[in-house]
Each structure stands twice: as structure tokens, then as C-alpha cells.
Write a protein that binds this ligand. Structure first.
Ligand SMILES: Cc1cc2nc3c(=O)[nH]c(=O)nc-3n(C[C@H](O)[C@H](O)[C@H](O)COP(=O)(O)OP(=O)(O)OC[C@H]3O[C@@H](n4cnc5c(N)ncnc54)[C@H](O)[C@@H]3O)c2cc1C
Length: 473
């Protein structure tokens, strides 16, 4: 059994020598915010020290020191994660990448952008769009999350249906290993099968295998026309049942999102706005983009006909920026709204094969009823990715924890029966680790442990996340 050591005054001095005194935080009021991400408050755990390096060399020196001294290190981006990935479970060092925030190069000829991990996603999107290029992965937290956090979580988002998730766009990485080597993997190459695909191993590794210090993303051409359709349905079952037909029969959709009435009403209350037909059981939100205006409208018409025939109450078209922003804001802020309105909340992130979506939605409702929990559901239904989000106000904390656990056990078993999985884009983090054996064989878990040990022999990098080793204080 390996044990971690505490951060001593000597270690603090050495960290100060690496990054400068002002970039080493130890005061309680400074480190408190680094003890939690967007997971529930009960998971908060304070680091002993927060360090903010500016260069890969500084990151490497910190990792060498931490590895020698057996001190746990938790990398952190913007802290918008929903699975506790950035929570320093064993104290130690939080390594914040917030100062590594430069867009280093927009390479027009190769259609690639090279960035540091602390760049805010929306800033990168705007910078490449200003040059007629396009990075399409629109994570809902785009105005705050960092691209390093996106790569570490393999973040998805509404347009994953058409454009894929973050990993589809990562061509190269600079990574500092847990033992302090700086390695360059991948590069500005669209195709490359030289050896194992380490780039995609690091994508989604949740800060447990290495610290990402540079990213090369490939880009595409910005679509010229975008239309959004908001479609209320009186019946949730009918709304959900439309999704498969839409995907099969209407080519050109870039997003199909789902919001039930509890989610819509929470967003309205939180944002002090109203959306049409908010008493309907469910809304779909569809995005269509393309290079030709006529083609985009043709796709919209096909979708319109299909949805009206299927019983949609109305199809609202948002073809200007203001209406579009209003609708998407409501969709993006659902999790925040539910958090603001309820004492307890657990944002879940299940995924099932798309043909199983209707069955999954029915299962969620049945399981929620069985456990007497209120469970708003919304999400990227076009990907089979739903966010059932149990909320509660009346219980004491212990009752909530045990009710939630029983609900999740049943939910994840239902997901497994339908060929799905625990998380599509938020990650295992610390929150889902105990449920992994429900969906993974012991052999698969052992392979992940072997990979972790090969990269991080002393288990110091983000311990207690994704996969457990025999590590602990
Ligand atoms: C309201 C709301 C909506 C959201 N919507 C979406 C959505 O649509 N799609 C989606 O995929 N996610 C979504 N998320 C989750 C979250 O925004 C994403 O996971 C995002 O990618 C996290 O980025 P971050 O910079 O905040 O990372 P953090 O939360 O700081 O860290 C996340 C993980 O990455 C690791 N990490 C961070 N930076 C690095 C690095 N440079 N090197 C190595 N490891 C690192 C951390 O250790 C941690 O394990 C949402 C969250 C909220 C609160």
C-alpha cells in the first residue's frame, strides 16, 4: 500500500522557487475555491497548496518534485467539471493551468490551432471564426470551461451528433508525465498510425495520466447558415419517439436536444424568461447548419413536416441571433437553474444506443417513481446522451445520499441492460468510480489499472479518479 506525504514548508519553498511566490497559494481564503468543481458541496476537499505554473518546464519541475516527495497532484482547468475530477481528494497540490492561457498559433494553411490548456473554449472558437475557420464542439459551459479541461474530459455538447466530440478534433498534445517528462504526441497530421494512439489515450483521461500543456486542434470551415427549431410536444413519449425517425430521414441536422417540462420550467424561473408552450411535457431543440441557405431551409421544412405530422404542437423557427441565443441559453442553463432552485442535485450523464432512447426515458420515469424522487431529464438526445438530474429539498443529507445511491444503482443497471453506459461526456471522476464494476468486467478494470501504473508508478496524479489503485494516505 502506497502512502502520500504531506506538503511541508520546504516543499512550499521549492514550489515558490519554481513558479514565483505570487503563484503559490496557501491561505485558506485563497485555496477554498480549489477544493470543489461543479459537483455537490459534500465532496469538497481542500488542497494543501495551489500552484499556478506558466510554462511546461515549470509543470515538469513541479511533477518531478511531487513524484520524488510522493505528494498527490490534481490538475485543474476552470473547475466546471461535474464529476469531481478537479477535487483534490487526498489534499496535496492543486496544479491550476489558468495562467497557461495563450492561443499560440492559428495555422490557416493546415486548418489547425495550437493552444495552451487554460484558454477559454469560447475565446478559441471566436478567434478561429474571425479567420473563417470553425471549431464545432460547443460544450454548454463554453464561456468558462478551458480547452485543457475539454480534452481531459473528452467533452461533448449539442453538436456532437454531426461533428463528434472533443477527441475527434485533437491531433497533437504536449503532455507532462507524472514523473516530470515533457512529451510531444501526435502533431499537425490528419492521419497517423505510427505506434499506439497515445493522443486518444490522453483524451478523456481526466487528469490521471498526464498534464496537458499544449493542444493542436484541427478545424473545419464555418457553416454560413444556421437555423434552430424549437418544437413543443404535449406528450413526452411522442417527442422522444420522433428522434430516431428524424435522424434516419432528415439529413443535415447538427443537434437534436431534449428538455422535459421540469427542466424548461426551471430554466424559465432561473433566467426570468418564458418559452412558448412551457406547459407541454417536452420540447425538442433542433439545429440545422450548412453552406447554402436554400438547403438549410429545405432540411428545416422536411423536419417541420415530419414533426407536425407526428403531433408537434408547433415548430418555432429561430433564424436570428437574439431568438437563437435565448433558446440556447435556456437549454444551456438547465443544470445551473436546477442547482439554484434545489438543495440537493446530482447531474447524471447516461448514454444508450440511440434505438434504445424511448425505452431509456420510460425506465428513468419508472425508476424515479419507484424511489419517489423528482428527476428532470434533458440532454443531447440525438447522441443517446441524457442528463437525468435527481433533485430534492426535504430530506436530511444522509437520507438524500442513500436515496440517490439506490436510485443510481437501479438507473445504471437499466442503462447496462440497454447496452448503454454511465457517462457520455462528464467523466467518471470520483463520483462514478464505485459504479464501474456494474458496467465493466474485472479484466477491463485491471487493464485500466495497468495503464495507470505504467504512466504514474507512484499513483500521485489525480488519485481516486477514474480507476482506484492501492493508493491512499
Ligand atoms: C452547467 C454545466 C453544463 C455543462 N455542459 C457540458 C456539455 O455540454 N458537455 C460536456 O462535455 N460537459 C459539460 N459540462 C462539464 C464541464 O464543463 C466539462 O467537463 C469541461 O470540459 C470541464 O472543463 P474545465 O476546464 O472546467 O475542467 P475542470 O473541471 O477544471 O477539470 C476537469 C478534469 O480535467 C482535468 N484537467 C483539467 N485541465 C487539465 C489539463 N490541462 N491536463 C490534464 N488534466 C486536466 C482535471 O483534473 C479534471 O479531472 C457542463 C458543466 C456544467 C456545470
Amino acid at each position: 500500500m502506497m502512502a502520500f506525504n504531506k506538503v511541508t514548508p520546504q516543499i512550499i519553498e521549492r514550489l515558490r522557487a519554481i513558479v514565483g511566490e505570487e503563484n503559490v497559494l496557501t491561505a485558506l481564503e485563497d485555496i477554498t475555491q480549489y477544493g470543489l468543481d461543479e459537483i455537490e458541496e459534500r465532496y469538497r476537499n481542500l488542497p494543501e497548496v495551489v500552484v499556478k505554473p506558466r510554462t511546461p518546464e515549470e509543470v515538469a519541475a513541479i511533477m518531478k518534485l511531487a513524484n520524488e516527495a510522493r505528494i498527490p497532484v490534481t490538475p485543474r482547468g476552470a473547475g466546471t467539471g461535474l464529476s469531481g475530477g478537479a477535487v483534490p481528494l487526498y489534499g496535496g497540490i492543486v496544479l491550476s493551468l489558468e495562467r497557461m492561457n495563450e492561443i499560440l498559433e492559428i495555422d490557416h494553411d493546415n486548418m489547425m490551432v495550437t493552444v495552451e490548456p487554460g484558454v477559454v473554449l469560447a475565446d478559441m472558437m471566436r478567434a478561429v471564426e474571425a479567420q473563417g475557420l470553425f471549431y464545432p464542439v460547443d460544450v454548454s459551459t463554453l464561456e468558462s470551461c478551458h480547452v485543457g479541461g475539454n480534452v481531459a474530459e473528452n467533452a461533448g455538447g449539442a453538436r456532437a451528433m454531426k461533428y463528434g466530440v472533443t477527441g475527434h478534433w485533437v491531433c497533437g498534445l504536449e503532455v507532462v508525465t507524472p514523473t516530470g517528462e515533457i512529451v510531444h504526441i501526435g502533431g499537425k497530421r490528419i492521419k497517423d498510425v505510427t505506434g499506439y494512439n497515445l493522443v486518444q489515450l490522453l483524451v478523456g483521461s481526466e487528469g490521471t495520466l498526464g498534464i496537458i500543456t499544449k493542444i493542436i486542434f484541427r478545424l473545419t470551415v464555418k457553416p454560413k447558415y444556421v437555423l434552430d427549431l424549437l418544437i413543443p410536444f404535449e406528450s413526452l413519449d411522442i417527442a422522444v419517439a420522433q428522434v430516431l425517425g428524424l435522424l434516419r430521414e432528415v439529413y443535415g441536422l447538427s443537434a437534436v436536444e431534449f428538455m422535459d417540462s421540469l427542466s424548461i420550467q426551471a430554466a424559465e424561473q432561473y433566467l426570468n424568461m418564458t418559452l412558448p408552450y412551457d406547459d407541454c411535457e417536452a420540447h425538442l431543440l433542433i439545429q440545422i447548419d450548412g453552406m447554402e441557405e436554400e438547403e438549410v431551409w429545405r432540411v428545416a421544412e422536411r423536419a417541420y413536416q415530419k414533426l407536425i405530422e407526428a403531433g408537434a404542437k408547433e415548430v418555432f423557427v429561430a433564424d436570428n441571433r437574439i431568438t437563437r441565443e435565448k433558446i440556447w441559453r435556456a437549454r444551456r442553463e438547465i443544470a445551473e437553474a436546477l442547482r439554484a432552485l434545489h438543495r440537493y442535485i446530482s447531474v447524471e450523464d447516461i448514454v444508450v444506443p440511440r434505438a434504445k432512447i424511448p425505452e431509456m426515458v420510460q425506465s428513468i420515469r419508472k425508476i424515479a417513481r419507484r424511489h419517489r424522487l423528482v428527476v428532470p431529464v434533458y440532454g443531447h438526445i440525438g447522441d443517446g446522451n441524457l442528463h437525468p438530474t435527481p433533485v430534492a429539498d426535504d430530506f436530511d443529507e444522509q437520507t438524500w445520499i442513500s436515496k440517490l445511491d439506490a436510485f443510481l444503482m437501479d438507473l445504471f443497471c437499466a442503462v447496462r441492460e440497454l447496452g448503454g453506459n454511465l457517462t457520455a461526456e462528464h467523466g467518471v471522476g470520483l463520483k462514478r468510480i464505485k459504479y464501474l464494476p456494474l458496467v465493466m468486467s474485472q479484466a477491463e478494470i485491471a487493464l485500466m489499472q495497468a495503464i495507470k501504473k505504467a504512466w504514474d508508478p507512484n499513483g500521485i496524479l489525480n488519485p481516486g479518479k477514474v480507476v482506484m489503485l492501492e493508493t491512499g494516505p
